[in-house]
Design a protein around this ligand. Sequence first.
Ligand code: HEM
Length: 423
Amino acid sequence: MSAVAARPPNREQIRIAARSFKQDPHPVLDRWRASAPMVQVPAPLVGRAWVLSRHPDVVALLKDPRLVKDRTNVDGRDPTDPLAVPDGGRPIRRRGSGGPLAPLLTGMLDRDDPDHARLRRLAQAAFTPRRIELLAGRIGQIADGLLDGLARQGRFDLIGAYALPLPVVVISEMLGVPEAERAWVVRGSKALIALGQAPWSMALALPSVLVFMQRIRSLIARRRADPGDDVLSALIAAQDGGGALDDDELLAMVVLLLSAGHETTTNLIGNGVAALLAHPQARDQLVADRSLAAPAIEELLRFAPPVETTTFRYARADIEVAGTLVRRGEAVLGLIGSANRDETVFDRPHQLDLARTPNRHLTFGMGGHYCLGAPLARLEGAIAIPALLERFPRLRLADPSGGLRWRPGLVLRGLERLPVCID
Ligand code: HEM
């Protein structure tokens, strides 16, 4: 037994991946920040997870080397065993232990240094703020093209017609996914997210995820034979040149970039526009003053974050986190949506204030796994949202009385649909 002094376990039954929680998480999050800053809740894939709700605790979590992303780095694991998880969760097999999904666990988001640093370095060059800035003109063209098509319709679903296709085209062009093949990027990513939900959705999603992996393998083979001027060809050249990453790692990298590269940004545009439509004064302020775009995007990222939680981290050994004993192998999550409303860090945290500065939101995480795509996401948001509002000054919810439906799932928070009118 460790020497860690522990508070009694604080367990709750609230399902943070359920649609009912996603609809309006703030009453629960406010209560947790006030009186239960660390609780253990049911969570998909791992059975139960500790969740941290206060800003300083989430910052500390994201910088804590005692917590690992790769379960095979938990001390004392028998490396030949499937990774049984505490508390009745679903076992995830370790790398190399077989299983069709095992390659997906070799991406940078599921690794620790030095492997994490090696993989991240390979992708980093394509995502620096300077490289991303060069895409501004092209992102503007894509936004304008989509808006031209929408101008002919009076009413449409903003998610399906704008918030989703824009980042899909951007990340697909960066990686060299041909236009005719982009529908499977969307289908495959959706299936991947469903894997992290209820066991029944996992079973339904598995075949689509396997097809997604197969299609990416085929794309890699074609790019290897016929390289282009894209990020995938550069990654293949790095692999062929110095053995910098193996086949599974290359596959996992492409899956991660394609999925993280659009699901999150779709939510930035969708959640951001929904928040502005609910706050007409803020929306008018943004239309009147384009120089507000950068701070406005930061505030929308804080107020209606596209991700509600961090990904899982696992205690390498028995440790104390925020005064609570976390046992070796147990999973811990930071509640980003809660940290962003922490009243000890943000003045009037429940108010949307487009000029808010400083704005120390945690929407892109922090520490070694800080979002690689943050410059790209910020640029897409800063172009897409003002362009939409300028083109359609009368944009409004199609049904102002109807509630919006949020998608279930652990990490992301986004709308199922956002029906709007423009005339
Ligand atoms: C508004 C949009 C986005 C949000 C809110 C977001 C959020 C995040 C967060 C919170 C993390 C860290 C998770 C953790 O530490 O547990 C992360 C990591 C990551 N994101 Fe994003 N992301 C966004 C857009 C993008 C885009 C456009 C890309 C482009 C490819 C991207 C690629 C990645 C990658 C590769 C990682 C893993 C980094 C690592 O492990 O070192 N993200 N993202």
